[in-house]
Write a protein that binds this ligand. Sequence first.
Ligand code: GLU
Length: 276
Amino acid sequence: MKDPESNYRGRLAPSPTGLLHLGHARTFWTAQERARAAGGTLLLRNDDLDTARCRPEFVTAMQEDMRWFGLDWQEPMVTQSERIPLYRDALARLHAAGLIFPCSRSRRDVLAAASAPHDGEENDEPLYPPEFRPAAGAPLPPLTDPIAVNWRFRVPDGEVLAFTDGRFGPQQTVAGRDFGDFLVWRKDDAPSYQLACVVDDAAMGITEVVRGADLIKSTFRQLLLFRALALPAPTFYHCPLVTDDQGARLAKRHDALALRTLREHGRTPETLRAAW
Ligand code: GLU
C-alpha cells in the first residue's frame, strides 16, 4: 500500500530485446518488495533505445509476463525512445561544461590499444586509451544534428569513487584505472544507456535503483554523470544474478527459463518464488 508520507520511488527497467526470464523476475520481485516495504511507488520504464535489438512485440510480452508474475506498477509506462530531447539537453550541458569529447576511433582501434581490465562482460567497455583523448581544455567542435561521431565522458583520472550498496555494502573503484572514458552518445545518433538511465532516473524522481549485480560497474559511471549534470543520485541495491544449473548466467535467449515457457509448462509464480 502506498503510504502518503513515503517519498520512495523505485523502477523496473527492462529492455525489450527478448523474453523476460527468471532472473528478471527475481530482480523485479525484489524491487517490488522494497518499494512495498517502504510504502512507495514503483514505476515501469521501457529501455528501448537499442533500435537494432528492441522489438515492439517484446514490449507487450514483458508487460504480460510481469503482470502474470504478480508485478504491478503505478503511473503510465515511461518509454525511452520518446524522450530523446531530454537526453539531448543533458548532452548539451555536458558539452557546454567541457566534460565530453568526440571520438572517431573505431571499436577495433580502442580494443587493440586498450589495456586491462576488460573482462568482456556485457554492458562493459574496454578501458579507453588515454592517448586517444584530445588535450584537456582543447576547444570542442559543436554538437551536430544529427550526431555522426561518438561522444565520450572524460573520467577524472585517479579519483576514488565509492558508494554503499544496499545489498553488497561498500563499493569502491578508481576512475581511469578500473574504467575509462565511456560513451554518452553514439555516432548513429543515439544516447548511451548510461546517459539515458541517469537522465530518466532523475526525471522520474527515483530514490532507489534496484537491479542486477552486473550493473555495479555502470553505477560508478552513472554517479559521475549525476554529479556532472548536478542531478540528485538515488541509492542503489544490486541483486545477485540468477544462474542456471551449470552456473551460467541466464540470458534472454535461454528460452527454457523464459517466464513464458515456464508458464506454458504449468509453473505458477508461487512455485517459482518458493524455489528461491
Ligand atoms: N534496461 C537495463 C537492462 O535491462 C537495465 C537498466 C537499469 O536497471 O539500470 O539491462
